[in-house]
Design a protein around this ligand. Structure first.
Ligand SMILES: [Zn+2]
Length: 227
């Protein structure tokens, strides 16, 4: 059997494996991951609800209205199609979306707290507005999807949303970028929890956010230095 879009599927598997390898995942390894088929309004979505033993053939093709076009999808994944679709609709430049219950980020979601931009890695990962909180609605429901849209509309400079009482949704230009966004949010959440014991994390001042982004871009433009 020929598998269509094999390299996109493999990129999702690689992104999911990276999160498991780095420990940016809950104990159950629960998660779902999607990638946009370039220049279309269709996505490939993991059809199973764990990142364990994920294979390229375990992704189904759907459109952004949630219609299944190719493959099969289990009921747990069918529930969350619109949770992914809303990100592609709100942020048309998005190429991939990942959802996990990574422990520290989800702890913020359970506490009903957004994540402020205190950790420099968030700035460098284009999350100068921190990570907003989307208010609770049952998993994948219209209410939860509307709340994700509201959080994204209200927070321009971010690559992730916390789902209240549930988990985290991260996105990027491709599966590697989406996985990296989830990883950095998880690191930021972990450090913010530890910083609480030391008096609390301090937010970066606005002028420093700008200076940090400018410095990153300046070095990126200069390219690789060689002798
Ligand atoms: Zn979930």
């Amino acid at each position: 059997m020929t598998i269509n879009h094999l390299s996109l599927r493999q990129a999702v598997v690689d992104g999911a494996n990276m999160l498991v390898r780095m420990g940016a995942i809950s104990m159950s390894h629960h998660g779902n991951f999607s990638v946009r088929v370039p220049n279309t309004d269709t996505i490939l979505l993991t059809a199973t609800s764990s990142f364990d033993s994920l294979k390229p053939e375990n992704l189904a093709l759907l459109d952004l209205d949630g219609r299944l076009l190719e493959g099969e999808i289990n009921p747990t994944s069918a529930e969350i199609v619109h949770m992914h679709a809303v990100v592609y609709k709100q942020r048309p430049e998005t190429g991939a979306v990942v959802h996990t219950h990574s422990t520290f980020a989800t702890s913020f979601a359970l506490a009903g707290r957004s994540i402020a931009c205190s950790y420099e890695a968030l700035v460098r990962a284009d999350m100068t507005d921190g990570v907003p909180l989307a208010h609770y609605g049952p998993r994948g429901s219209a209410a939860s999807v509307d709340n994700i849209a509201v959080a994204l509309k209200g927070t321009r400079n971010t690559k992730a949303v916390l789902l209240e009482n549930h988990g985290v949704l991260a996105f990027g230009a491709d599966p590697a970028a989406a996985a990296r966004a989830n990883l950095i949010v998880e690191e930021a959440a972990q450090m913010a929890v530890f910083a609480e014991m030391l008096g609390g994390a301090k937010s970066l001042p606005v002028d420093m956010l700008k200076a940090t982004v400018e410095r990153r871009d300046e070095f990126a433009r200069a390219g690789i230095k060689r002798t």
